[in-house]
Design a protein around this ligand. Structure first.
Ligand code: SAM
Length: 285
């Protein structure tokens, strides 16, 4: 193997609060590489100082990521390994790095993950919500209309839903979750691994009320985890799935009888019962 093939882009997870969560392997890699590509070099400089390391850095954020690809590829071509870090947690998870990793992978470069902290995984591991199936949706839109629309599109999903949120929007987002998803079990992981780490559990509206009572509960960084819609056994006439399926079929121009037949085949249950529900949906417009 030529020397250039030995050079690696390491994707290094850094702590989300508690510095002791940095793995010994991550420390070794940060000490070995020729350069660290960092989301915010001032932020990462503090981490490197804490570790007693002096490594040249270059910034890599959403506005210059594409331009940095050539520079980092040139380092790798010269046989010099590079570490990619973000401000906190795992790069590429609601953080920069996707463009770089994708492009370097397409060019056949070696890319090695150095795993560690990730807020959504830490939060799920302690929330007590089902984790056999979950989906991560990053940050919801900042504008309430778009946020509501996205939440409504998720309303029938049966897996646990996970979101990131900032202190500026947490109350509005919880209120929209309550309005769009209704009464559901929700767990809020706040300031994970930090001094004021808190898990709050309740319905979205109960948690908004908790924040009204104690504004400190609205401070810091949040992972919002929401239980999925109840799963229905096949044949029980699944309320949510059935409603969505019927509405979609009718919207596509299917007749009431045809929609009832499809729903009965897909979800089970009596065709007659589906017919009545489809007719009711049609009547309601
Ligand atoms: N790459 C990071 C990761 O692996 O989790 C996520 C970066 S994203 C820009 C920042 C968001 O992650 C915050 O707004 C918050 O929603 C979540 N987050 C990060 N650190 C957290 C913490 N200590 N406690 C709770 N949420 C956190």
């Amino acid at each position: 193997m030529s020397e250039q093939n030995l050079a690696v882009l390491y994707v290094v997870a850094t702590p989300i609060g508690n510095l002791q969560d940095l793995s010994p392997r991550a420390v070794a890699v940060l000490g070995e590489v020729s350069r660290v590509a960092a989301e915010d070099t001032r932020h990462t400089a503090r981490l490197l100082r804490y570790l007693g390391l002096q490594v040249p850095m270059l910034s890599l954020h959403e506005h210059n990521e594409a331009a940095r690809v050539e520079q980092i590829d040139a380092c790798l071509a010269a046989g010099e390994s590079v570490a990619l870090v973000s401000d906190a947690g795992t790069p590429l998870i609601s953080d920069p790095g996707f463009v770089l990793v994708r492009e370097l992978r397409d060019r056949g470069r070696r890319i090695v993950p150095i795993p560690g902290a990730c807020a959504l995984v830490a939060a799920l591991s302690a929330a007590g919500l089902p984790t056999d199936r979950f989906t991560f949706h990053g940050f919801l839109p900042a504008k309430s209309g778009a946020r509501r629309a996205q939440l409504e599109a998720l309303a029938a999903r049966t897996e646990t839903l996970v979101f990131y949120e900032s202190p500026h929007r947490i109350r509005d987002t919880l209120a929209d979750i309550g309005a769009a998803l209704g009464e559901r079990d929700l767990v809020l992981g706040r300031e994970l691994t930090k001094t004021f780490e808190t898990f709050l559990q309740g319905s979205a509206l109960e948690l908004v009320a908790r924040m009204e009572d104690d504004p400190n509960q609205a401070r810091g960084e949040f992972v919002v985890m929401v239980a999925g819609a109840p799963r229905r056994e096949k044949g029980s006439g699944g309320e949510v799935e059935g409603e969505v399926l019927l509405a979609a079929l009718l919207a596509e121009g299917a007749g009431v009888k045809q929609a009832a037949g499809v729903a009965s085949r897909v979800l089970g249950g009596a065709r007659k019962a589906w017919y009545a529900r489809a007719q009711a949906l049609k009547d309601a417009g």
